[in-house]
Design a protein around this ligand. Structure first.
Ligand code: ZN
Length: 349
């Protein structure tokens, strides 16, 4: 067993599958875009923008972020910068959410959002040492008509290599998840992969509905999965991944008091395919490398554990099989190189 140092974990190659482009926006960029677009910026120093202590405060900051995003170029910029920051945290492959529901309400067409997001992603692919694809999230509380509209838009984007899937986010309480069946079925028929935020602030039944009724192939968060032993066994058997965001569950949703109390380690021990993700790295000022450090410390994980968690991200991704194989080869080679450079024992086997 090898100790996992913070510096080593920061440089470990990673896959990230749960990261929102809006939540990854740099405060300094939002300040510039707010000024450009005539939006009142609520604090003097951009560094103070992302200080929040409750979910309501977090959501009001989120409103400022969304109001500041108005043109395709605004979306291009935050998408590019989110991937640049990801690359600096060791991300080699990311499937990133964008949630047009918020800005559509403010009058920005979904086509404008998509044009910008797509351009930012393609620029990042050209410039950075990483690959990424996008997942369009609809806003669950807005209801099933909005969900279907987003599924139809996603289906109209022919390029599955850039827009790989559809998901759904925001609060769960009081939301009937079964009502999204038509939207998810439409997305599935059009070749879009499917995921959903479930079991975060809502009951474990939402996870059951997602995997048994909505055709979801992944669950975002899934924090309360262990409440249902049969469902836990089903997810482990079907290897349906969870995109877990432990620190977000502590600081944004306040589901658990600290990471040590988070069920991640118990879910992993139960054979569930769990992955580590940052959720909103800009707004939390906490990226996926910080998350790897936090998880390793909280559960006493070794470097071997953390390398295995990194590889689980490849398994859980929607990259084509040949790309997954290439990522795996690259990651193993990087694991070896980092161990040699940082004076660790070679990997076993
Ligand atoms: Zn999320």
């Amino acid at each position: 067993m090898t100790a996992a140092t913070d510096a080593h974990l920061r440089r470990l190659p990673k896959v990230e599958l749960h990261c929102h482009v809006e939540g990854a926006a740099r405060a300094s960029t939002i300040k510039e875009l707010a000024d450009k677009n005539g939006v009142t910026f609520p604090v003097d120093d951009p560094a103070d923008l992302y200080r929040f202590s409750s979910l309501n405060q977090f959501l009001s900051i989120y409103d400022v972020v969304c109001a500041s995003l108005q043109t395709a170029d605004d979306f291009r910029r935050i998408t590019y910068e989110a991937l640049e920051d990801g690359a600096a945290a060791g991300v080699r492959y990311r499937e990133m959410f964008f949630s047009p529901g918020f800005v559509i309400r403010l009058g920005v067409p979904v086509e404008t959002v998509w044009d910008g997001v797509r351009a930012g992603l393609l620029d990042a692919r050209a410039d950075l040492d990483l690959n990424a694809r996008m997942v369009l999230d609809f806003d669950k509380p807005t209801g099933p008509a909005h969900a279907l509209e987003m599924a139809e838009f996603a289906a109209s984007v022919g390029d599955r290599d850039v827009l790989v899937g559809m998901g759904a986010d925001s609060v769960e309480r009081g939301v009937d998840h079964l009502a999204f069946k038509t939207a998810f079925e439409h997305a599935g028929r059009q070749g879009l992969r499917r995921t959903i935020h479930a079991g975060e602030d809502g009951p474990v039944d939402n996870i059951a509905v997602a995997v048994r009724e909505l055709g979801c192939e992944r669950i975002d968060h899934g924090t309360c999965l262990l409440d249902d032993a049969a469902l836990t066994a089903e997810l482990a058997e079907r290897q349906i991944p969870l995109t877990v965001c432990p620190t977000s569950n502590v600081t944004i949703a306040h589901i658990v008091p600290d990471i040590a109390s988070h069920p991640f380690a118990r879910q992993r021990a139960a054979g569930v395919l769990v992955t580590v993700n940052s959720d909103d790295p800009g707004m939390m000022a906490f990226d996926i490398a910080d998350e790897y450090v936090a998880v390793a410390r909280a559960y006493g994980y070794s470097l071997e554990d953390m390398e295995a968690i990194s590889l689980a991200g490849i398994d859980a991704s929607w990259a084509p099989a040949d790309e997954k194989a290439a990522l795996r080869t690259r990651f193993l080679s990087e694991f070896d190189g980092l161990r040699a450079e940082l004076g660790c024992a070679p990997r076993a086997g």
